[in-house]
Design a protein around this ligand. Structure first.
Ligand code: NAP
Length: 257
């Protein structure tokens, strides 16, 4: 009974931004739960290295890779049409691709503001909308949007990122308002500070590192593996009545002042 609740055998999962970092860890977790994985990124060489790694571990028929830019509406539509035709309909979508840009708001160029908002927020709308059309027809699906502790908390120098991740919370709710009645569960995972390439400079910064340890009740950085269990739960039958929620996986950072 317990394993059936979390079993993804026969399901197909698209994880955006899965050539590395959190997306790659989530993709591994969903593969281990039985899913066929569609990997994505923009750097084709990095994506191919990850695809080959998955093919060795799970078998060639359990992994595919589609390089496309999640901010390009036409490219998104074309990629999803071809993966649904050539592989299988998408049962699980994880909107994970994202970027950071650290500049105080007064110095932030509008082009950089737009690049962050488009990559982190508009992409989830574009990929979500395209995948949801098929999910609505089939009357089932799971969408996980990757949020952040910046969905709830602000810090200087990351204004565009904070706005984009706050937007992810309400996009998750908006999708739920319109699509939950079609058998689709849409939720968000909000990771705390996770040690990845995106945060390597912060890990190396002694002052920032000690701020993180002091600010986190669990007194450590998160690992990409910390995100995997919640991702399997929100992709599986175990979360059948969980709708529109943001699940914070942050060692308790957002519950203390
Ligand atoms: P990462 O290591 O920098 O990896 C980012 C991934 O996104 C890469 O696979 C990258 O592909 C892909 N990507 C970026 N722009 C893209 C685009 N326009 N189209 C398609 N793919 C694109 O990042 P991460 O730390 O794993 O973060 C992943 C997600 O978790 C992001 O949404 C981030 O905001 C969120 N998050 C991270 C942390 C953290 O502490 N790391 C905390 C909270 C939330 P390429 O390899 O081709 O560039």
């Amino acid at each position: 009974m317990t394993s059936a609740l979390f079993d993804l055998t026969g399901k197909t999962a698209l994880v955006t931004g899965s050539s590395r970092g959190i997306g790659k860890a989530i993709a591994h977790g969903l593969a281990e739960a039985g899913a066929r994985i569609v990997l994505n990124g923009v750097n084709t060489e990095r994506l191919e290295v990850t695809r080959a790694e998955f093919a060795t571990q799970y078998g060639d028929d359990r992994v595919a890779a589609y390089a496309f830019d999640v901010t390009d509406d036409a490219a998104v539509t074309q990629a999803i049409e071809s993966m649904e035709q050539d592989i299988a309909p998408i049962d699980v979508l994880v909107n994970n691709a994202g970027i950071q840009h650290r500049v105080p708001l007064l110095d932030l160029a509008v082009e950089d503001w737009e690049r962050v908002i488009t990559t982190n927020l508009t992409s989830a709308f574009l990929v979500g909308r395209t995948v949801a059309r098929g999910m609505i027809e089939r009357g089932a699906g799971k969408i996980i949007n990757i949020a952040s502790v910046q969905t709830d908390l602000a810090r200087p120098t990351i204004g565009a990122y904070t706005a984009s991740k706050g937007g992810i919370r309400n996009l998750t709710r908006a999708m739920t308002a319109e699509w939950a009645s079609h058998g689709i569960q849409i939720n968000a995972i909000a990771p705390g500070y996770i040690h990845t390439e995106m945060t390597q400079k912060l890990v190396d910064d002694e002052q920032f590192n000690s701020w993180i340890l002091g600010r986190t009740p669990a007194h450590r950085w998160g690992t990409t593996d910390d995100i995997v269990g919640p991702a399997i739960w929100l992709s599986s039958p175990a979360s059948a009545f969980v709708n529109g929620q943001v699940i914070f996986v942050d060692g308790g950072m957002t519950v203390i002042v």
